[in-house]
Design a protein around this ligand. Structure first.
Ligand code: APR
Length: 271
């Protein structure tokens, strides 16, 4: 751990951005299942359905209310959860480095925002489970899912009353969850593609936490930050492909994020 702290201190002392890239592992200690862990959404899901079947535009086009049912169930799980010490530490880092720090998260659970991470420094590259948008893209705007929309239990049907609420406030057509599905592509207006690529190219330090490195844009972020000479640190309870890269850079911490992130942030801000 000491060598990781030393690497973080040295990187913060250099000019350049300080970035964090987070995944589901950061919210695991808040009680939100990860995707590919033993009890992960995709692992458990696999027994009933393949993730490709549900988290896709194709599935939404074919069975919008089954897909909505799934996301309203997950929305409930996220709303019942609370930010943990890792979320709070990263919010503190954002306040401590207002000009330099940016948080790039794959998480749609909103816990970073609820921990106080400023919107201007937070980029949710896979969407946000509390938001919806027009399924026909009449506009690119995101809208909060109405409070009157209930959280559902797993497998519950979406009632007619709820269906009436899940419509685009602009055109009255069907609304869809604001999440990035497996058969969709990153873009700038909805998922900050160009912004996070630019930020990665300006990084002096990249803290990677709680991700299994299975999706595309995070790989671009780690690769571009590496090319920019950034120090890369990986925080995860398990080895993963980003850990291999970090091992040759700032190092790896194999411990729960909520346990170690406060110590790392404190060391960085102490400077
Ligand atoms: N602290 C740190 N890391 C943890 C913890 C913890 N307490 N608990 C689990 N992890 C690690 C696991 O070892 C694993 O490497 O978090 C990672 C979670 O990996 P995934 O479940 O694959 O989640 P993630 O990497 O965020 O998935 C990326 O894939 O399915 C899509 O859109 C979805 O955003 C998601 C993306």
């Amino acid at each position: 751990m000491e060598h990781v702290l030393a690497a973080c201190r040295a990187a913060v002392a250099r000019p350049g951005r300080v970035l964090a890239l987070t995944g589901a592992g950061v919210s695991a200690e808040s009680g939100i299942p990860t995707f590919r862990g033993k009890e992960g959404y995709w692992t458990i899901g696999a027994r009933e359905y393949h993730p490709q079947e549900l988290a896709t535009h194709e599935a939404f086009a074919a069975m919008p209310w089954s897909v909505w049912g799934w996301y309203l169930y997950r929305r409930g799980v996220c709303r019942r959860a609370a930010p943990n010490a890792a979320h709070l530490a990263l919010a503190q880092l954002a306040r401590g480095l207002p000009e330099r720090f940016a948080l790039i998260t794959q998480n749609v659970d909103g816990l970073h925002r609820r921990a106080g991470s400023p919107d201007a420094q937070t980029f949710a590259i896979h969407g946000d489970i509390s938001l919806m948008r027009c399924a026909n893209d009449c506009v690119l705007d995101r809208f909060p899912i109405p409070e009157a929309v209930p959280d559902l239990a797993r497998g519950d049907e979406v009632s007619a009353a709820t269906r009436a609420l899940l419509e685009c406030p602009r055109c009255g057509g069907l609304a869809r969850p604001h999440v990035l599905w497996f058969d969709e592509s990153y873009d700038e207006p909805r998922f900050h593609l160009d912004t996070v690529r630019r930020l990665a190219g300006e990084a002096a330090l990249l803290l990677v936490a709680g991700t299994s490195a299975q999706t595309n844009l995070p790989w671009q972020v780690v690769t571009l930050a590496g090319r920019a000479g950034a120090t890369i640190v990986d925080i995860n309870v398990e080895d993963n492909p980003f850990g291999d890269i970090a091992a040759a850079s700032g190092g790896c911490v194999r411990a729960p994020a909520a346990t170690v992130m406060p110590t790392i942030v404190e060391a960085m801000l102490a400077r």
